[in-house]
Design a protein around this ligand. Structure first.
Ligand code: ADP
Length: 485
């Protein structure tokens, strides 16, 4: 099959979040299964000035935006088994950030991603890549399914193409004014509640949810949650319930080559499952020295690696952790970037408990590896979590996750529920008492060595690679393509 992937970011070329990891790793894994995969990305300034050898594609093509035709050119790179095309249009993409600058979204994000969606469809025609399935990710590419069912419905090139939209986080929807409708080439006839209209505006994600042939999201539990209530569905619960037959949850994987305690260059000492107790102890000693932690060395070390955002529940965890530190029951190392107020609150915690807690502000890939390896417990008390990578990485490093029962956390961490032996600790929800109880259980298991060993072994033996998930996506592509012939 030919799979056309449209994404606004992709590792290793550009990244602001988990979408980039998924678009990169999933495309590679699907291509390795023998399918033709072409991926289209905007050519941001960071890519053009980066270290990747790009080849110019001769010629240019035209993309309709409102009443204008805007020229686009392409450059290309082979990355593993995938061909990547970068859509060049300096007026939209030659900028500092991908979506924003100085913490503020670009005013013309509607126009930029309308252009991108149409430039993908016109670009695939320009290079002659005829897809069986067009796989789109999040609101930035969610107009493509709508185009395929409207303006491109009679285009012979796409006669057999089916569209799939993956929702990575439904909290981000691309909500714009109705003026964007005309820039996108749609008309009033499309501006109805069952098509593109949403509370008087134009919601790009909704367009994809209405028109895509199939929908996925990044865990089975999140697929249920987003249909269940406005709290999780963010206004899309009605349309998702209506489309539940076409919606499924497929768990993300992690890159098990990058996240491998046996070969990880960032660690003080590499280790495998058999050598985990000694390996983790060596990494813990090194990290405690690096961070100036001076409590009793045998108390559990709680690790956090996270965006500082209300999604992640770290505000609720603060008092729970403070109580534990006050009684000398654990130490804390937190690496996070985001909300300054939350960063301040944790900085105060460090001042209140000198030598027992340490926080690092910012994004630090190397330190994150050392925390995953050194910590005994990994705290991730999210209010909602579409999939979550942190808990899977922690388990691969033998660090037991303490999580809330939501989204992908519910699908990957088990405390007492089958299938499989317990591999972590689960609070029913992101509430202070629930988290405190889960932490108490976690700390007491840390003190009971045989039980702890069994949980660490269960965590480390799990397969979080992309292998299974890529096979599920390939099955879905096959079913979709079959349905068209
Ligand atoms: P989300 O995508 O919602 O931020 P995930 O758990 O799905 O959460 O993915 C987070 C990824 O980003 C993980 O790989 C985690 O290690 C990494 N990460 C988060 N914050 C930081 C940070 N401050 N420094 C380094 N890596 C981070």
């Amino acid at each position: 099959m030919n799979i056309l992937v449209a994404a606004s970011e992709m590792v290793p070329f550009c990244k602001t979040g988990g979408l980039a990891d998924v678009a990169g790793a999933l495309s590679q894994s699907v291509a390795r299964l023998g399918h033709g995969v072409c991926l289209f990305l905007p050519s941001y300034r960071a890519i053009e000035g980066g270290s990747f050898p790009l080849k110019a594609v001769p010629g240019r093509y035209w993309v309709p935006i409102g009443h204008e035709l805007v020229p686009a050119t392409l450059s290309t790179a082979s990355w593993g088994a995938v061909t990547v095309y970068f859509i060049q249009c300096p007026k939209y993409f030659a900028r500092e950030g991908l979506y924003q600058a100085g913490g503020k979204d670009y005013d013309d994000n509607d126009e930029r991603f309308i252009f991108f969606c149409r430039a993908v469809l016109e670009g695939a025609k320009f290079v002659g890549f005829k897809p069986d399935v067009v796989h789109c990710h999040d609101w930035q590419t969610a107009l493509i399914p709508a185009y395929l069912k409207t303006l491109y419905q009679i285009d012979a090139f796409y006669a057999k193409a089916k569209s799939l939209l993956t929702i990575h986080n439904i909290a981000y929807q691309g909500m714009f004014s109705k003026d964007a409708l005309f820039l996108a080439g749609f008309g009033w006839v499309d501006f109805t509640p069952d098509r593109l209209e949403y509370y008087g505006g134009f919601n790009f994600l909704k367009a994809g949810l209405v028109f895509a042939d199939a929908l996925t999201t990044v865990s089975p539990t999140y697929a249920q949650e987003i249909q269940s209530s406005p709290e999780f569905g963010r206004g899309m619960e009605g349309i998702l319930k209506h489309r539940r037959a076409e919606l499924r949850g497929i768990l993300n994987g992690i890159d098990v080559e990058i996240w491998n305690p046996e070969t990880d260059q960032f660690l003080a000492r590499a280790y495998d499952a058999d050598g985990a107790p000694a390996g983790k102890a060596a990494n813990k000693a090194a990290l405690r020295a690096e961070c100036g932690l001076k409590g009793k060395p045998n108390v559990p070390l709680i690790g956090v690696v996270s965006r500082l955002d209300s999604q992640k529940g770290l505000d609720v965890a603060l008092e729970v952790v403070a109580d534990i530190l006050a009684r000398g029951g654990a130490e804390l190392i937190l690496l996070g970037a985001g909300d300054p107020a939350l960063a301040q609150a944790y900085a105060q915690l460090v001042r209140d408990h000198p030598g027992a807690a340490c926080t690092r502000n910012g994004f630090d890939e190397a330190l994150s590896h050392r925390i995953y390896a050194a910590a005994d417990l990994f705290l991730m008390p999210s209010r909602f979590e579409p999939c979550g990578l942190g808990q899977m990485i922690a388990m691969r490093y033998g660090t037991l996750p303490v999580v809330t029962r939501t989204g992908g956390l519910a699908d990957t961490v088990r405390e007492d529920s089958p299938p499989g032996p317990p591999n972590g600790f689960v609070a029913p929800k992101c509430a202070r008492e629930d988290l405190a109880a889960a932490m108490t259980r976690a700390l007491s298991v840390c003190a009971r060595l045989p039980e702890r060993k069994a949980r660490v072994a269960a965590a480390m033996s799990q397969d979080f690679s992309w292998r299974q998930s890529a096979a599920r996506y390939a099955d879905l592509y096959r079913a979709m393509a079959g349905a068209s012939s």
